[in-house]
Ligand binder design. Structure first.
Ligand code: ADP
Ligand code: MG
Length: 355
């Protein structure tokens, strides 16, 4: 089965490569299938957006990269090094290069430490001398827009949500990471502050040569920052590809439904189309075949028996669906939606020419 769901992986020079990741949580009620065979890669300097409804496995994926959760199966390669094989001591070093910021920055900040100490806490742990820390603290606070003296001695509870997120970003930057994993970093912030934080991440990405994984349930936010986007549903990849292409002509019915349920900016027009119908199935007992089939308007018998493999439907756009929404002629398109479904054997051949 190796390589079955990896047609969209691009090459050996990715900074981060996740292959066939599986994360399961044994619970009293059964085994939660949080992430089931997820693959993606991020080239140096890229931003990958990960979107999908709450509970689809976005945070679990991010946490697995840092090995904060134990992965059940799969391979994760960061800068050529296999994460799942690294000894714990090496992993602690690697985690400096792979920083993560979260939705609730206050929760990650020690309530008794001042802003100027918080941003260099990681350096203190690493044994960096005090004077050097003070210097880095001033630099980093300036970079995240908190350079004014009045912020230096504030405690976390004296900060607004946006300011606290700036401190959290500063803490990450102080460790000079190569990869920044942002897990819903603006979801708890006011819309006006969201834009400021997104701009800050964009600026820092350029000035610090960062590669970014940007997780959010808000498609608009992800579109604003991402080069590529990975759409997840119930622990599976639905679609992966160039963000503009995926947004302008989604190939998976789930992506289409997600986009249709986004409120339009013009309030008179309301929503694009019908919101997603039906409940999200339980990750304890996900549907057979395609996991989206119970809510999919295009589902047929085949979708219940045969899990769709990911394949290229347009150049740079990959989809795991038996009946992708490929409209109009496209030179490299896979079989059109109205055509007879391709035989299963042909389906499992990755279209991208990867082995
Ligand atoms: P997302 O970030 O997309 O909202 P998560 O990755 O947090 O989704 O969760 C994916 C699934 O795994 C959900 O069904 C969630 O309830 C479950 N889950 C997450 N963490 C745990 C855990 N520690 N134990 C059991 N189930 C978990
Ligand atoms: Mg989450």
């Amino acid at each position: 089965m190796a390589g079955s769901g990896t047609a969209h992986l691009r090459g050996e020079d990715a900074l981060l490569r996740v292959e066939e990741l599986v994360v399961e949580y044994p619970t009293k009620g059964g085994v939660v299938q949080a992430v089931s065979d997820v693959s993606f890669d991020v080239l140096p300097g890229e931003t990958l957006g990960i979107v999908g409804e709450s509970g689809c496995g976005k945070s679990t994926t991010g946490r697995a990269v840092l090995r904060l959760d134990r992965m059940t199966a799969g391979r994760i390669t960061f800068a050529g090094e296999r994460i799942e094989k690294a000894p714990e001591k090496r992993m602690r070093e690697l985690r400096r290069s792979m920083q993560m910021i979260f939705q609730d920055p206050q929760a990650s900040l020690n309530p008794r430490r001042s802003v100027k100490d918080l941003v260099v806490e990681g350096l203190a742990v690493a044994g960096v001398p005090k004077e050097e820390r003070a210097k880095v603290s001033r630099e980093v606070l300036t970079q995240v827009g908190l350079g004014s003296e009045r912020f230096a001695n504030l405690l976390p509870r004296q900060l607004s949500g946006g300011q606290a997120q700036r401190v959290a970003i500063g803490r990450a930057l102080a460790l000079r990471p190569r990869l920044l994993i942002c897990d819903e970093p603006v979801s708890a912030l006011d819309v006006s502050v969201q834009a400021q934080i997104l701009n800050l991440i964009e600026e820092l990405k350029a000035s610090h040569d960062l590669t970014v994984v940007f997780i959010a349930h808000d498609l608009g936010v992800v579109r604003a920052v991402s080069d590529n986007v990975l759409v997840m549903y119930l622990g599976k990849v639905c679609e992966f590809g160039d963000s503009e292409r995926v947004y302008s002509s989604p190939a998976h019915p789930y992506t289409r439904a997600l986009l249709d349920s986004v409120p339009l900016t013009d309030p008179d027009r309301g929503f694009n189309g019908p919101a997603l119908e039906g409940d999200l199935p339980s990750p304890l007992n996900p549907p057979t075949g395609c996991r989206f089939r119970t809510r999919c308007p295009l589902a047929e018998e085949r979708c219940a028996t045969e899990p769709p493999q990911i394949r290229e439907v347009r150049p740079g756009q990959y989809v795991a669906c038996h009946f992708p929404l490929v409209s109009g002629p496209s030179p490299d398109a896979a079989p059109a939606t109205s055509a007879e479904p391709a035989p299963a054997a042909a389906e499992s051949q990755p279209a991208a020419g990867t082995a």
